[in-house]
Design a protein around this ligand. Structure first.
Ligand code: ZN
Ligand code: ZN
Length: 256
């Protein structure tokens, strides 16, 4: 039987590719912040794009941190949904199709900030010119299907927030959506979250930093997975509560 361990995760982190993220969110600083927080698993999830995931993954690997390849999609309903994939190839295949559905509107760097693509050594290898902070022309269900087609899972982001969230925009979790979990802000513990939003009771919850700057990594609570390995397949089992895997939200300095 596989040996199970508690692994600390932050599955929602932006890089300099996201126009709203600070310039300090390059791979070196992101990985250093993840080390400081004793993270075992890092999810890199830029808005509607994924070009910096490989750079962070390469660097994180050398520090013993696993990167789960991801993307934070803004759907046609203006809902933010985190899509995670088993590897970079699957992310790129799905990501191409998501990115292709962005409206053809250019970024205005002086207003929104640059959308910078880097390598693991933080050389700038390009600038994303399409404005990433827009809704793609895909419904929630279409994003779900696309993600599932490439072996991924979906986790609606920051569902307790008053904007760009499943609960704020739709008021409910569509029964056929079947998310692996729902993400709540780290200001909430699970009991308070369920009190505020009773609908959450039926779902597995995780929390993440949604870091856009380095200070954001320092959250009140973190997500801990009891799994055999830091892989997407294991995280999915934990979210489903299968094969003795589990996931809990606990104060960020919890040692199991
Ligand atoms: Zn978001
Ligand atoms: Zn985000």
């Amino acid at each position: 039987m596989a040996k199970l361990n508690w692994l600390k995760a932050d599955l929602h982190v932006h890089t300099v590719l996201s126009p709203c993220a600070e310039l300090e969110m390059g791979p070196k600083n992101v990985v250093a912040a993840a080390l400081e927080q004793n993270l075992d698993i890092l999810g890199i999830t830029d808005h509607n794009a994924w070009a910096n995931v490989a750079a962070v993954a390469e660097l994180a690997y050398t520090e013993g941190i696993a990167v789960i390849p991801g993307i934070e999609v803004q759907t046609r309903e203006e809902v933010h949904i985190l899509c995670y994939f088993p590897n970079l190839d699957q992310l790129a295949l799905a990501g191409e199709q998501i990115y292709a559905r962005l409206p053809p509107i250019g970024n205005k760097p002086d207003i929104f900030g640059d959308q910078i693509i880097v390598d693991a050594k933080e050389n700038i290898i390009g600038y994303e010119e399409t404005m990433l902070l827009n809704s793609v022309d895909l419904s929630l269900e279409e994003v779900r299907d696309l993600t599932y087609n490439y072996g991924g899972i979906i986790i609606p982001a920051h569902v307790d927030r008053p904007a760009f969230s499943l609960i704020a925009n739709l008021g409910f979790v569509p029964p056929n959506l079947q998310p692996a979990a729902l993400e709540i802000s780290s200001r909430l513990d699970e009991i308070t979250a369920v009190k505020e939003f009773p609908i959450l009771k039926e779902h597995t919850l995780i929390t993440s930093s949604d870091a856009h700057r380095l200070d954001d990594f320092n959250t009140l609570r973190s997500t801990f997975f009891y799994v055999a390995a830091p892989t997407l397949a294991e995280l999915a089992l934990a979210c489903a509560g299968r094969k003795n895997r589990k996931v809990v939200i606990a104060p960020q300095d919890t040692v199991f």
